[in-house]
Design a protein around this ligand. Structure first.
Ligand SMILES: *Cc1c(COP(=O)(O)O)cnc(C)c1O
Length: 424
């Protein structure tokens, strides 16, 4: 199946007389005839459901669809993108370990790593994703367990050189984890470029309708844990909390990572999405390919319009030939990047505020990457406690406007922008 077909059909194949749509199994528990039957499930000797905190059939169908879209071997849904990022890293690294991460990642991920996971004893080195090979090499330590980056960074919009990062990670015997939220598997499949694990905030384009917060982790099934057994004792030595199972032996490359994330992390930390939320996510996934195509064609036209406008000082969009990331975007995401654009308005903070006031189609929201066009001026909202100098130092100047282009008729968005710019 091609991607568009997988969006509709992967993950669930109804048999004769069964419902066309995935059933919502909104049940916490599952019934068994004997304790022996259930015991086999607890021992991971048989596969089946017993408690929704670990696994639920509705959730698994949607996870299987995302695994198919990414070309992975297994996937797990989480109740938010934050939980997906946390589990993806914590499944490999614990106290005393170290992780190399791109510095231009989503603010929530940066905080999770730099504050919360540091408090758990995990060390991080942040590297500029466009640093030299020597600088990247120097970031690794003997206790490094993973490398992390974003295909298309939120909100910096730099394109990660996935092949380069994957090669560096593999040279040190560790996997590359890529957050593919902005590109989605419609525009980029990081596994084809050497990434080993993919994460998503499904809250963004996958759900696509401002409806449901969620996350996902997908395993490529390619990383050979046993070849680096000394680095990954959690996968390659018996788990005493799970009857002495060695995940990498029992479930192989294809299943070890996600089984461990389910059996240990979901069991103990419990960030499971409800079956109802997974059903909603599935509705979004069905139209993902068509929506992403429209997001990108709308955003391309709008980026070109903004670039040519006299009141606009700069435009950051990887689809513009003048972008520093144009070539790399053509390589990794030839069909398009995403719907998010950032740009600067002549006249700085005051001009940007006035522009925002006059928008009618684009709504002011702190969200990005869904069907509705929305816009944010960080200097007067999320970053308003900072001075202009501090904003510039942080790479979010007082003139910066972040526009998330939706799937409305592009003429309506263009008119709205032109009108608001005229009124500054
Ligand atoms: C939003 C976002 C997250 C966090 O996801 P939530 O679903 O909000 O928890 C992680 N990574 C990226 C790239 C995001 O845009």
């Amino acid at each position: 199946m091609r991607q568009e077909t997988k969006c509709i059909q992967a993950g669930y194949e109804p048999k004769n007389g069964e419902p066309r749509m995935i059933p919502i199994i909104q049940s916490t528990t599952f019934k068994y005839d004997s304790s022996e039957d259930m015991g086999k499930l607890f021992d991971l000797e048989a596969s089946g459901y017993f408690y929704t905190r670990l696994q639920n059939p509705t959730n698994d169908m949607v996870a299987a669809k995302i695994a198919a879209l990414e070309g992975g071997s297994a996937a797990m849904l989480t109740s938010s993108g934050q939980a997906a990022t946390f589990y993806a890293v914590f499944n490999l690294a614990g106290a005393g370990d170290h992780v190399v991460s791109s510095s231009t990642i989503y603010g929530g991920s940066f905080n999770l790593f730099n504050v919360t996971m540091r408090r758990m004893g995990i060390d991080f080195t942040f590297v500029d994703p466009d640093c030299s090979d020597e600088e990247l090499e120097a970031a690794f330590k003997p206790n490094t367990k993973a490398v992390f980056g974003e295909t298309l960074a939120n909100p910096a919009l730099n394109v990660l050189d996935i092949e380069r990062f994957a090669n560096a990670a593999h040279a040190h015997g560790v996997p590359l984890i890529v957050d593919n939220t902005f590109a989605t598997p419609i525009n980029c499949r990081p596994f084809e470029w050497g990434a080993d694990i993919v994460t998503h905030s499904t809250t963004k384009y996958m759900d696509g309708h401002d409806a449901t917060v969620g996350g996902c982790i997908v395993d490529s099934g390619k990383f050979d844990w046993m070849a680096h057994a000394d680095k990954f004792p959690g996968l390659c030595t018996p788990d005493e909390s799970y009857h002495g199972i060695t995940y990498a032996e029992k479930f192989g490359r294809e299943g070890a990572y996600i089984t461990k994330a389910t059996a240990q992390l979901m069991r103990d930390l419990g960030a499971i999405p409800s079956p109802m939320s997974c059903y909603m996510l599935n509705l979004g996934l069905e139209s993902l390919a068509v929506r992403v195509e429209r997001h990108c064609s709308n955003a391309q036209k709008i980026a070109e319009f903004l670039e040519a406008h006299e009141k606009i000082t700069w435009v950051n969009y990887p689809g513009l030939p003048g972008s520093r990331y144009y070539e790399r975007a053509q390589k990794y995401m030839p069909k398009g990047s995403c719907g998010v654009i950032s740009f600067g308005i002549k006249g700085g903070r005051t001009a940007a505020e006035s522009f925002m006031k006059h928008l009618k189609v684009a709504i002011i929201a702190t969200h990005v990457a869904d069907a509705h066009t929305c816009v944010l001026h960080p200097a007067s909202s999320t970053h308003r406690q900072m001075t202009d100098e501090e904003l510039i130092a942080g790479g979010v100047g007082p003139d910066l406007v972040r526009l998330s282009v939706g799937i409305e008729n592009v003429e309506d968005i263009l008119e709205d922008l032109a009108n608001a710019l005229n009124q500054i």
